[in-house]
Design a protein around this ligand. Structure first.
Ligand SMILES: C[S@@+](CC[C@H](N)C(=O)[O-])C[C@H]1O[C@@H](n2cnc3c(N)ncnc32)[C@H](O)[C@@H]1O
Length: 221
């Protein structure tokens, strides 16, 4: 599915969020600053927007971007080349079986991955395994907002308008029908924080942004 929509993915993100998605990734990237020295893994890097944001936020870091969609990686590679970015390396990898040794990275980030994982607990355990002691796992994703007045508007927009924009712009109604469904069945931010703590993360915290429709979780290793 992601390879199918890869070429129009960035345009859809900007349209759906009114361009706000970059600001959300920037907040997630800032959480990496106080982790130990060392490289950062951006899991499910897609078209590499968070990988680039990590480099802008903390220019001394090397970043590895990993994804299992060839099409998304191709778009990401094109973007990195266009910007002359050489400190980001993209690799093909499955987040459920991360091909790196234990404690390799100072931080593992992800944006819009959690909802898509076939086995969330396993994915989180893999992220923790490859993160070094005192490092952090940072996960940004879309969640159900709870703000009175906004939640019904969000649901209407997400369930009715987004699939229509997806059909028009990405020419893929199915992918943009899957998107609101994946949000509807995803954990609440609190339940995700509890799962992270169960898996062994320390000091798990999260904040909501985007009128409560985006959650950014941080857990220490
Ligand atoms: C919604 S996109 C997010 C891309 C990017 N992180 C961003 O901020 O725009 C979700 C990405 O997760 C990737 N993905 C989903 N499940 C994965 C898995 N098990 N292993 C690796 N990548 C995965 C998809 O290929 C896709 O590129």
């Amino acid at each position: 599915m992601f390879t199918r929509i890869a070429r129009r993915y960035d345009r859809m993100n900007s349209l759906m969020t009114g361009g706000r998605h970059h600001a959300w990734r920037r907040i997630a990237a800032r959480a990496v600053i106080d982790t130990p020295p060392g490289p950062v893994l951006d899991l499910a890097t897609g078209t590499a927007d968070l990988a680039l944001e990590l480099r802008r936020t903390d220019p001394g870091r090397r970043v590895v971007g990993a994804d299992f969609s060839e099409g998304m990686l191709r778009e990401g590679q094109r973007k990195l080349a266009a910007r002359g970015e050489r400190a980001v390396t993209l690799v093909a990898a499955d987040a459920l079986d991360v091909p790196f040794a234990d404690a390799t990275f100072a931080a593992v980030t992800s944006a819009f991955l959690m909802r898509n994982l076939a086995d969330l607990a396993r994915g989180l355990a893999e992220m923790r395994r490859v993160t070094m002691k005192d490092g952090a796992v940072i996960a940004l994703d879309i969640v159900q907002p709870t703000l009175a007045g906004w939640a019904p508007v969000f649901n209407l927009y997400f369930q009715r308008v987004v699939p229509a924009i997806g059909a028009l712009v990405a020419r893929d109604r199915q992918a943009y029908t899957y998107l609101p469904r994946s949000v509807a069945r995803f954990l609440s931010p609190r339940a995700l924080a509890e799962l992270m703590a169960e898996i062994g993360f320390r000091d798990v915290r999260y904040r909501r942004v985007g009128l409560g429709s985006i959650a950014i979780h941080v857990g220490r290793v």
